[in-house]
Design a protein around this ligand. Structure first.
Ligand SMILES: [Zn+2]
Ligand SMILES: [Zn+2]
Length: 134
């Protein structure tokens, strides 16, 4: 498995990780959209492999009973989602260096029924709704 390096915009948070695969998931839930200020939280699965190298800017938000999110408190970059029970990390591709982008595939959209009507990805994806997670 390839080891990748990553960092926030200002590099006050730096990390290394392995990726389980290059299958991209986008979460459309309101929390992900609010916390990224974007169309959703796009992430790759890093399992338990994320290792922090520089934590100068690291802040952790205890965002729900199941998960926490990290961001850089110096530049504001959204860093990762971590499942508390399994210690699995989900990391946005844009903060990982030297990814083979041509091999990344957007395969899944979750909390699809939480997506606002004003955008739609054209990729042929597996779509899961909020009820699929209850
Ligand atoms: Zn930063
Ligand atoms: Zn979400």
């Amino acid at each position: 498995m390839d080891r990748y390096k990553g960092a926030c915009f200002c590099e006050a948070v730096q990390f290394e990780l392995n990726l389980k695969n290059l299958d991209l998931t986008i979460c459309h839930c309101s929390m992900c959209r609010k916390l990224t200020g974007s169309t959703g939280f796009a992430s790759l699965e890093a399992g338990e492999s994320l290792h922090l190298m520089n934590t100068d800017g690291l802040s952790i938000l205890d965002s729900s009973t199941v998960g926490e999110r990290a961001f850089c408190n110096k530049c504001g970059t959204s860093l990762f989602y971590r499942f508390k029970s399994s210690n699995e990390y989900f990391v946005p591709p844009a903060i990982i260096s030297d990814l083979p982008e041509e091999n990344i595939k957007l395969i899944e959209e979750i909390f699809y029924d939480n997506k606002p009507c004003y955008y739609e990805f054209s990729n042929n994806t597996i779509k899961k709704n909020e009820a699929d997670f209850q």
